[in-house]
Design a binder for this molecule. Structure first.
Ligand SMILES: Cc1cc2nc3c(=O)[nH]c(=O)nc-3n(C[C@H](O)[C@H](O)[C@H](O)COP(=O)(O)O)c2cc1C
Length: 320
């Protein structure tokens, strides 16, 4: 029963992959998307998105990182996938789920689900271009406006021989509105032999159980839920193994937030250093009331010294 960290553009970068996989229980993660047009991208682009390539394509905790590609031109996708594989990517992940208007306007992401033949052609070209030992995974939504082309998309993808198919159980029109239609994944599993990974609205151990029951999928992909509770994978894993595990208390989560901030201080321009931390706290608000309070305190702060001071003050409060 594998637990996979969902790709999240602008959120799950190298630093958060390090922090989240460091907690244990995650079996795989994915880079932000590398946008492919008609060019073969230089190696430095792949290394920028996936610094783990310098260390065997795994995080410090040893978790494989798949390189995510987004594009619509089969030969260009194939050429870039082959380059990523040569550079040591542990796998190639193809994005057919992105709902962004800008991305969809340039024929990338979920809009391709309107063209099952094109989706098939991309998966097929990539599968043929990379060595058989390199996994090729595909991520889709149920459809663009509705799920009327779901079966065509899924059968076409399966015919190209990918390693796995992850399904975000909503259409593009559904955006991120609950519920996720996990029961649709049970239909998909009847159509194809390719392993299906269930994704969407898993925020707790109980959601994981209900999702598995409705979808019949053992493997789960965790998105916003693991951002709101960084130990979500650990809790699900412990429950699978019938082990007791105390949830991570707020001071431990806050310590992770501070580690993120301190890492960002070395990478970002001072004006932007606080952004990733604010973003993470905004997700943590769903679960930790303390995160909501801290977010309100720092959301308008720009100066890294002030932000750091507010975080340190919060940790003293949390410890007292
Ligand atoms: C900020 C953000 C960025 C995302 N970026 C990507 C992406 O680059 N590629 C992708 O396939 N899905 C992307 N997704 C979708 C997630 O991987 C996932 O399918 C979705 O959030 C549903 O899972 P959840 O309900 O557990 O969050 C993104 C989602 C969010 C919230």
């Amino acid at each position: 029963m594998r637990l996979i960290l969902a790709p999240m553009e602008g959120v799950i970068d190298y630093t958060l992959r390090e922090l989240l996989t460091g907690l244990g229980a995650l079996d795989r993660c994915v880079t932000e998307f590398v946008r492919v047009s008609d060019l073969l991208l230089p190696p430095r682009v792949f290394l920028r998105y996936c610094p783990e390539l310098k260390h065997g394509g795994v995080t410090t905790a040893g978790v494989p990182v798949y390189l995510q590609l987004l594009g619509s031109d089969p030969p260009a996708m194939a050429e870039n996938a082959a380059r990523a594989a040569q550079l040591g990517a542990r796998g190639i992940d193809l994005n057919f789920g992105c709902p962004s208007k800008t991305v969809n306007r340039t024929q990338g992401g979920a809009v391709l689900l309107r063209q099952p033949e094109r989706v098939h052609a991309i998966v097929d070209a990539v599968r043929r271009a990379v060595p058989g030992s390199t996994p090729v995974t595909v991520k889709i939504r149920l459809g663009y406006d509705d799920n009327s082309l779901l079966e065509d998309n899924v059968r076409g993808i399966a015919a190209a021989g990918p390693t796995e198919l992850a399904v975000h159980a909503r259409t593009r029109r559904d955006a991120y509105r609950p519920p996720a239609h996990w029961e649709q994944l049970a239909r998909i599993r009847e159509w194809i032999q390719v392993p299906v990974i269930a994704n969407g609205e898993i925020w707790s151990i109980e959601d994981a159980q209900r999702c598995r029951q409705a979808s019949g999928c053992d493997d789960l992909m965790l998105g916003r839920g693991i951002l709101s509770r960084p130990d979500l994978a650990c809790l699900i894993r412990a429950n699978d193994q019938q082990r007791e595990l105390e949830p991570l208390p707020w001071p431990a989560v806050l310590a992770l937030v501070i580690r993120l901030f301190e890492t960002m201080r070395d990478i970002y321009k001072p004006r932007h250093v606080g952004n990733p931390v604010k973003q993470w706290l905004a997700y943590q608000r769903y679960y930790f009331p303390q995160a909501a309070r801290l977010f309100e305190r720092i959301k308008r702060l720009q100066n890294p010294v002030d932000i750091h001071a507010a975080l340190c003050q919060e940790i003293m409060l949390a410890g007292s």
